[in-house]
Write a new protein. Sequence first.
Length: 250
Amino acid sequence: MSVKVLITKSYDELSKKAAEIVASTIRNKPNLVLGLATGGTPMGCYRELIRMHREEGLDFSEVVTFNLDEYIGLSPDHPQSYRYFMDENLFRHVNIRMENTHVPDGMSKDPRKTCEEYEDAIRKVGRIDLQLLGIGSNGHIAFNEPSSPFDSRTRVVSLSERTIKDNARFFKSIDEVPRQALSMGMGTTTEARKIILLASGAGKAEAVAKSVEGKITTDVPASVLQKHPDCTFILDEEAASKLSGKVTKF
Ligand code: GLP
């Protein structure tokens, strides 16, 4: 098994492609269970989904969402919390029911219990139908840093030095970046029926090449996706620049 690779000409095209897949999946299954990612990369896709909702009537009223992760210690009204990100960049612009949106609670007094409840909530709706992913420059998915076990579940994780540096661009200073997060596990994430991973820019090229063509190893978390029966990487040309070219394109 291998991942499929779709190389687009620009970030704009990548975003539109991803949004088209999400939209057609929602149209086929209005009560879709959708796994969502944060970060800079999916923002264009979310913008396009909002446009489709406004101009083409894309209906989110029965969609249920689960986000991958949340920083520990950031409240929902903190501009860098992932709950705030999702509300601002997607949820409040479409007709999704807020009670159908799930983001782990980074302020929980009992994070362990919160993680178990998150797993239970996913189990209750069955399974994630479509999971959107980004990728860290070290190959992480969600906040599953290198060496995360492939069967890990939602849990408290520590961010790697590289991820703290990468994500510092969203904060006033690197000291403000939380050091821990709640993250869906590798097992939780890869159980989704269909996965789309988005990557843009030269900074992701090495992680993409290792994940698509390298050895399957916990050193490069996204490499596990090679074993997934339905996973597509949607890349722009820069993110695809280190692939050998022998990948399955479509
Ligand atoms: C964070 C998130 C990941 C995301 C990654 C890449 O670490 N936890 O889910 O994929 O950043 O983000 P960006 O798209 O901003 O490069």
